[in-house]
Design a protein around this ligand. Structure first.
Ligand code: SF4
Length: 147
């Protein structure tokens, strides 16, 4: 992992998970797995966040919330679908009110499947997200220079 100008701040939203993946996200952010060693900071404010971690599937009730959080985040931003429910709807995919994975609501950059997704997989996904974030930041800078 190369040097990054800014520590990646993450925001986490539980779309409609069974809570299994949420516990793993919290575990990944706590000292036991220590995602902070990559400079990751957890925030509750979308306007401060670079990476959006979503657990659970998108349904008729929460799709507007997922979109609202995403829209409030500033560019560049990266979305990680944490767990198979967030990737595809998982075991809830054919429930009456379930629309599907997070990509049915917003663009997803990294998919971290698993039921529940393991903290190691979440950390791997966040590290991948940081790389994508830097690529997006560089592309934005190039665009500004060309403008
Ligand atoms: S992937 Fe498994 S653990 Fe995670 S929210 Fe879905 S059912 Fe729960």
């Amino acid at each position: 992992m190369a040097y990054f100008a800014k520590s990646p701040w993450v925001i986490h939203y539980d779309a409609s998970s069974c809570n299994g993946c949420d516990i793993e996200v919290l575990a990944a952010l706590c000292p036991g797995f220590d995602a902070e060693r990559f400079g990751v900071v957890n925030t509750g404010n979308p306007k401060h966040a670079d990476i959006f971690l979503v657990t659970g599937s998108v349904n008729e009730r929460n799709i507007s919330v997922v979109k609202e959080i995403y829209d409030q985040m500033l560019e560049p931003k990266v979305v990680v679908a944490c767990g198979i429910c967030a990737c595809s709807g998982g075991i809830f995919h054919d429930c009456y009110n379930v629309i599907g994975g997070v990509d049915q609501a917003i663009p997803v950059d990294v998919y971290a499947p698993g039921c529940a997704v393991r903290p190691e997989a979440i950390i791997d996904a966040v590290v991948e997200a940081v790389g994508i974030l830097e690529e997006k930041r560089a592309a934005m800078n190039e665009q500004r220079k060309g403008a």
